[in-house]
Design a protein around this ligand. Structure first.
Ligand code: ADP
Length: 655
C-alpha cells in the first residue's frame, strides 16, 4: 500500500500533538478508503466475470430450451391440415345434420387424437360452433360449444394459422391451440382445432437448476418451472390488455393476474438483466402480492435480502412469446465475495507489511541517530577530558615546578637555619666569653703559683711536696680541658641528628656552660624535678643550645629580682616529655606574648639582645617534631615549656 510522502515522516519535533493525530487519521482514512475501493472493485470484477461466464452458459441453455419448445409446438402443425383432407370432415361441414357422418367424424377425431397424443381435436363451422370433437362422448364435450371468440378461431377464419395458449373454457385445462381453415375448392367450410398439453415441458424444466419461464405477448407467464408463477404477470398489465384478456377468456381470470415479484435491478443488455426475486416466489411458496407493484416487503427491507437472479431471454420465433431463464446469482456473488475478501486480506497484508517496514526503518533511523548522538557525546566527553587533562597536566607541571621551588627554598631555609643556629651559638658564646675567661684565668693563676712553688720546693729537695703540687697542677689542667672541651662541643657546627637523648645530661651540660653566669648573677638553679632516666627524641647539642638560651633569658629577667632562682622540671605524659624552665623575673608583658618567637623581636637594650634566641630555639624544637611555648606562671615569673617526643615510645609521632 503506497503511503503518501508526507505520511512517512514522524511528527516534527515541537509540532502540536493534534497535527500528528490528524495525520494519522488522514492516513488511516486514506488506507481504509483504498482497501474499501479495492474490495469493491474486486467484488465487481468477480461478479462481472461470473456474470459473463453465466451468460454464456445461459445462452446455451436457452438454445436447448428454445429447441425443445419449438419442437413441441411444431409437432402437431400438420394435423389440422390432414383433417381438411378428410372427406368425412368435409361432408359433415357441408351437411351438419348428418348424424351418421357426425358419428363417423367424432370417432375419427377420437382415433387421431389418441394416436397423435394431443389433448383434443375438434371441428367448428364458420360460426365457431363445434360440430364434432374427439371428446364427443365425454362429460365436458366440446360438441355444441361455440369458440368464435377465441383468437385461434378468428385467425383461422382470416386464413391465418391459429396459434393460441389459454385455459380451456370447457375443460378448464390449459393448453396450446392450433387451428386451420378447412377448405373445399378454395372455399372455407369450417375450422379444425387441436389442443396440446404443454405441461410436460414444465415438468421437464422443474428438474433444471435454473428457473425457466415462457411469457406470452401480454407478459403473462404460462409455462414455468416455478408453479407459483403460472398465469401471473411479469409487470402490471395495461387496461387494453386486461380488456382483451377478458374478451378472449384466455386465462379465465377474474381480474388482473398478480405480478410474480420480479424487480429489475440492472440491465446488462437487451436480453439480459439482473433481477431481484421476492423471496418465497422463487421457491414456489405462495405469498400475498400487491396487485399493483409487488408486496411492501419486496420493496422494503426484503429488497436487500431477496436473492438476485440473472435473467436472460429470447423470443420464440413465430409467436409473440419470450423464453426467459433465471439463474441464481448466489454462487457468483459468493465467489465475488471470496475474491473481495482475498483482496481485502492481501491489501491488509500489504498495508501491515508497509507499516512494519516503515516502523522498522524508523527504528533503524532512531538507532543510527542514537548511535550518532552517543558518538557525539563520547567525542565531546573525550574533548573535555583532553581539555581537563591538559589543564591538569599544566597544573601538575606547575605544581611540580612549585614543589621543586619549595624544596629548593627548604634547602635554602635549612641552610639559613643552620647558619642561624650557628650564629645563635656564636652569640651565646660571645655572652659567655667574659665568664669563660674568668673561669680559665683562675686555674691559670693557680698553675703559675703552683709551678713557681714546685721550682722552689725542688731546689730545697722537698720532693714529696713537689709531687703534691704537680698532682694539683694536673687536676687544674683536667678542669680547664673540660671547660674548653664543653665550649668546643657547643660551638661545633654539625647537622641535627635525632636520637634518644638523656634530658638530665643535656641540662647538666648547659648548666656547666652557664655556671659562671649563674654565679655572677648570684642566682641558683633547681633541677631536682628532672628524673635522671628520662629520654627524649632529639639532638643533644641543639637541645643544649635551647637551654643555654632559656637560662640566659631567665638570668636577664631576674636582674632586678630579690629571689633569683631558675627551676627546671620535667615529666613524662604518655608519649610526650614536657620540660618547664621557670624563672622568678617580672614575667612577659601580655602584648609581647604573641610576638615573642618572631625573629629580631627584643625588648632589650641595643647591643644587649638580637631578638633571635627564642626564634632559633623554637625552630630547633620544631625540627625535633616538638614545640616551645611561653606563658606567665600564676605564682610570678615566666615559664617556657618544651614539648618533645618521648624516646621510649618511638613509634609515636604525636608530640
Ligand atoms: P634577646 O634575648 O636577644 O632579646 P630572645 O629571643 O632571647 O632575644 O628574647 C626575646 C625577648 O623575649 C626578650 O627581649 C624579652 O623581652 C623576652 N623574654 C625572653 N625571655 C624572657 C623571660 N624569661 N622573662 C621575661 N621576658 C623574656
Amino acid at each position: 500500500m503506497p503511503i503518501p510522502p508526507d505520511m512517512h515522516g514522524d511528527t516534527l519535533p515541537g509540532a502540536p500533538p493534534s497535527m500528528s493525530l490528524r495525520r494519522r487519521l488522514i492516513t488511516g482514512g486514506l488506507s481504509a478508503l483504498l482497501i474499501a475501493t479495492g474490495v469493491v472493485l474486486a467484488y465487481l470484477w468477480g461478479e462481472q466475470t461470473g456474470v459473463r461466464a453465466l451468460r454464456q452458459t445461459m445462452a446455451h441453455r436457452l438454445d436447448v430450451y428454445a429447441v425443445g419448445l419449438h419442437s413441441e409446438l411444431t409437432r402437431y402443425d400438420y394435423l389440422p391440415g390432414i383433417l381438411s383432407l378428410n372427406k368425412d370432415v368435409i361432408a359433415l361441414l357441408q351437411s351438419p345434420d348428418d348424424t351418421v357422418m357426425l358419428d363417423r367424424v367424432n370417432r375419427y377425431l377420437h382415433t387421431v387424437n389418441q394416436k397423435a397424443g394431443s389433448s383434443d381435436i375438434y371441428v367448428m363451422n364458420m360460426e365457431g360452433l363445434t360440430l364434432a370433437a374427439s371428446n364427443w362422448n365425454a362429460a365436458n364435450s366440446f360438441v355444441g360449444k361455440n369458440f368464435s371468440y377465441r383468437p385461434y378461431f378468428t385467425d383461422a377464419v382470416k386464413g391465418l394459422p391459429g396459434r393460441f395458449y389459454g385455459i380451456g373454457t370447457v375443460s378448464q385445462a390449459p393448453g396450446y391451440y392450433f387451428s386451420y381453415g378447412i377448405y373445399r375448392d378454395n372455399l372455407m367450410l369450417g375450422v379444425a382445432a387441436l389442443k396440446v398439453d404443454l405441461d410436460k415441458l414444465d415438468d421437464a424444466w422443474l428438474r433444471a437448476d435454473e428457473r425457466v419461464v415462457v411469457v406470452d405477448e401480454n407478459g403473462i407467464v404460462f409455462l414455468t418451472s416455478v408453479p407459483d408463477w403460472k398465469f401471473k404477470a411479469l409487470a402490471p398489465l395495461s387496461a387494453s390488455t386486461q380488456a382483451r384478456l377478458a374478451l378472449t377468456r384466455q386465462y379465465h381470470l377474474a381480474g388482473e393476474p398478480g405480478p410474480i415479484g420480479l424487480n429489475e435491478v440492472r440491465v446488462l443488455a437487451d436480453d439480459a438483466s439482473v433481477v431481484r426475486v421476492a423471496q418465497g416466489t422463487a421457491q414456489g411458496h405462495a405469498r400475498l402480492q400487491d396487485p399493483v407493484g409487488g408486496s411492501a416487503s419486496s420493496k422494503g427491507a426484503s429488497a436487500f435480502i431477496d436473492p438476485l437472479y440473472l435473467a436472460q431471454s429470447r423470443p420464440i420465433p413465430g409467436t409473440g412469446w419470450k423464453l426467459i431463464v433465471l439463474s441464481d446469482m448466489g454462487p457468483i456473488r459468493a465467489r465475488a465475495r471470496i475474491s473481495a475478501i482475498s483482496v481485502a486480506f492481501a491489501l491488509a497484508f500489504l498495508g501491515i507489511s508497509a507499516l512494519y517496514i516503515r516502523q522498522r526503518r524508523r527504528a533503524i533511523a532512531q538507532n543510527v541517530a542514537a548511535k550518532e548522538a552517543l558518538q557525539r557525546a563520547h567525542d565531546e566527553l573525550e574533548r573535555k577530558v583532553a581539555l581537563r587533562t591538559g589543564d591538569l597536566s599544566n597544573a601538575n607541571l606547575h605544581l611540580q615546578t612549585e614543589i621543586a621551588e619549595r624544596k629548593r627554598a627548604e634547602v635554602v631555609l635549612k641552610a639559613a637555619m643552620e647558619e642561624l643556629v650557628q650564629a645563635g651559638k656564636m652569640a651565646a658564646l660571645g655572652q659567655m666569653s667574659a665568664g669563660v675567661t674568668h673561669e680559665l684565668n683562675q686555674p691559670l693563676a693557680a698553675l703559675r703559683t703552683l709551678s713557681d712553688n714546685a721550682i722552689v720546693l725542688l731546689q730545697r729537695g722537698q720532693t714529696i711536696e713537689v709531687e703534691a703540687n704537680l698532682e694539683l697542677i694536673s687536676d687544674l689542667i683536667t678542669r680547664m680541658g673540660k671547660i674548653t672541651g664543653q665550649l668546643k662541643k657547643f660551638a661545633r657546627k654539625s647537622p641535627a641528628e635525632l636520637r634518644p637523648t638523656s634530658v638530665s645530661t643535656v641540662i647538666a651540660d648547659a648548666v656547666f656552660l652557664m655556671g659562671q653566669r649563674f654565679r655572677e648573677a648570684r642566682a641558683d638553679l633547681d633541677t631536682s624535678d628532672v628524673p635522671p632516666d628520662m629520654h627524649a627524641y632529639c639532638d643533644a647539642n641543639r637541645l643544649e643550645q635551647v637551654f643555654v638560651n632559656l637560662f640566659g633569658n631567665a638570668l636577664d629577667s631576674m636582674a632586678q629580682s630579690e629571689l633569683r632562682r631558675v627551676t627546671v622540671s620535667a615529666r613524662q605524659d604518655g608519649p610526650v616529655v614536657r620540660i618547664a624552665v621557670r624563672d622568678r623575673g617580672a614575667g612577659i608583658a601580655p602584648e609581647h606574648l604573641p610576638r615573642l618567637f618572631e625573629p629580631f623581636f627584643t625588648t632589650k637594650e641595643q647591643g644587649a639582645g638580637l631578638g633571635l634566641g627564642l626564634a632559633i630555639s623554637a625552630g630547633i624544637v620544631r625540627e625535633f617534631g616538638g614545640s616551645l611555648k611561653a606563658r606567665n606562671h600564676p605564682d610570678g615569673g615566666a615559664e617556657f615549656v618544651i614539648q618533645l617526643r618521648s624516646a621510649t615510645i618511638e613509634e609515636s609521632t604525636d608530640a
